[in-house]
Design a protein around this ligand. Structure first.
Ligand code: 3PG
Length: 392
């Protein structure tokens, strides 16, 4: 794929697919990270004489106009992050009849592209209409690159295309973590269910040297070894799958770290009465809500040896203190090693970043991905349609 450095943009209309699918609270953007992260791309395009138009989705309106899902709400945050004026274009029809004079704003933002049924269907007709709005296509939406939609994939067939700065940074960081990593490579995978991360675990055991499994999914692995996990969240029907993953790890030379001690409680609530017990001794009426200090110490030792770390998912019930302790401790250790220049650390996916943020660890990580689902699919080893479209 090409980058902005390869493109001549002087006087050209540049369609930039961005992901500004940001959280909103009380009518305002509550976390502008994704908006801030596209700023270098937009600035570079303007500096090269290009005229940017942003294409983006917001929520899942399923091909209908849903007023609550208008991208208009992002305008103040966009103007602030980009440091220039942003004009809003309500419809594709309006965008198509816009003259150069009408493009008074520095940057234009087209209304939620998912208001069109053709977007998610990757309708060739919509892709061609979008292509008509630009001379060059720049995809800066790594976090939407797992979707084969008209604005992420289809449009690239019609125009000279390149990756934006954020897309470039995401792909370079992920390549450094899993493509050609400095070894030993360690992965931390947490979260509640094995069933949602099956392909990911299967791919990782073939690629990393050490795999830490935490969160609810670790219970399934413990149970698969015949350990009674009491009332813990556990997918008993995934026991065979868990055993197969462990067997694959053994043949691939990947060490799996599971909790050896656990923090258990009788209710799933913040500050619930709790105790720490060996992982083999979860009381029948209790549930495992976090990994214990012995496990954290083992993870810390593994982090001392690792040169590359890829992290997805919390190690315990992170949203309920004190069951955030293992995630915090491991995240802080990873941050410390990264700060010392001893570790390349990459994190992403779903609630991972907010968990690491709360642990105060993100500033020291080498790279924090803006992607949720796309990060997971990339970790699963899948080809992302939005990236593939730039390659063709
Ligand atoms: C995300 O928020 O992860 C991306 O914007 C993709 O959104 P989607 O899951 O609705 O396609």
């Amino acid at each position: 794929w090409k980058t902005l450095d390869d493109m001549d943009l002087a006087g050209k209309r540049v369609l930039i697919r961005v992901d500004i699918n940001v959280p909103v609270q009380d009518g305002r953007v509550s976390d502008a990270t994704r908006i801030e992260r596209i700023a270098p791309t937009v600035r570079d395009i303007i500096a090269k004489g290009g005229k940017p138009m942003l294409l983006a989705h917001f929520g899942r309106p399923k091909g209908k106009v849903v007023l609550d899902l208008s991208l208009r709400i992002t305008l103040p945050a966009l103007e602030q992050a980009l440091g220039c004026s942003v004009g809003f274009v309500e419809t594709l029809d309006a965008a198509e009849v816009m003259t150069d004079e009408a493009r008074a704003a520095d940057v234009l933002l087209l209304e939620n592209i998912r208001f069109h049924p053709g977007e998610e269907a990757n309708d060739p007709e919509l892709a061609a209409r979008l292509a008509g709005l630009g001379d060059v296509y720049c995809n800066d939406a790594f976090s939407a690159a797992h979707r084969a939609h008209a604005s992420t994939a289809g449009v690239a067939r019609h125009l000279p295309s390149c990756a934006g700065r954020l897309m470039q940074a995401e792909l370079e960081a992920l390549e450094a973590a899993l493509g050609k990593p400095v070894r030993p490579v360690m992965a931390v995978v947490g979260g509640s269910k094995v069933s949602t991360k099956l392909d990911l675990l299967g791919n990782l055991v073939a690629r990393v040297d050490t795999l830490v499994i935490g969160g609810g999914m670790a219970n399934t692995f413990l149970a698969a070894q015949g350990i009674d996990v009491g009332k813990s969240l556990c997918e008993h029907d995934m026991a065979d799958t868990a055993r197969a993953i462990m067997a694959k790890a053994t043949t691939q030379g990947c060490e799996i770290i599971l909790p050896e001690d656990v923090v258990v409680a009788r209710e799933f609530a913040a500050h619930a009465a709790h105790e720490t017990v060996p992982a083999t001794e979860c009381p029948a009426d209790a549930m495992i809500l976090d990994a214990g200090p012995l496990t954290v110490a083992r993870i810390a030792t593994a982090l001392d040896n690792a040169r590359t770390l890829i992290w997805n998912g919390p190690l315990g019930a992170f949203e309920l203190p004190p069951f955030d302790a293992a995630t915090r401790a491991a995240a802080q250790k990873a941050a410390e090693r990264s700060r010392a220049g001893a570790l390349i650390s990459v994190a992403g996916g779903g609630d991972t970043v907010s968990a690491l943020n709360q642990a105060g660890a993100t500033a020291d990580f080498t790279y924090i991905s803006t992607a949720g689902g796309a990060f997971l699919e990339w970790m699963e080893g899948k080809t992302l349609p939005g990236v593939a479209a730039l390659e063709n």
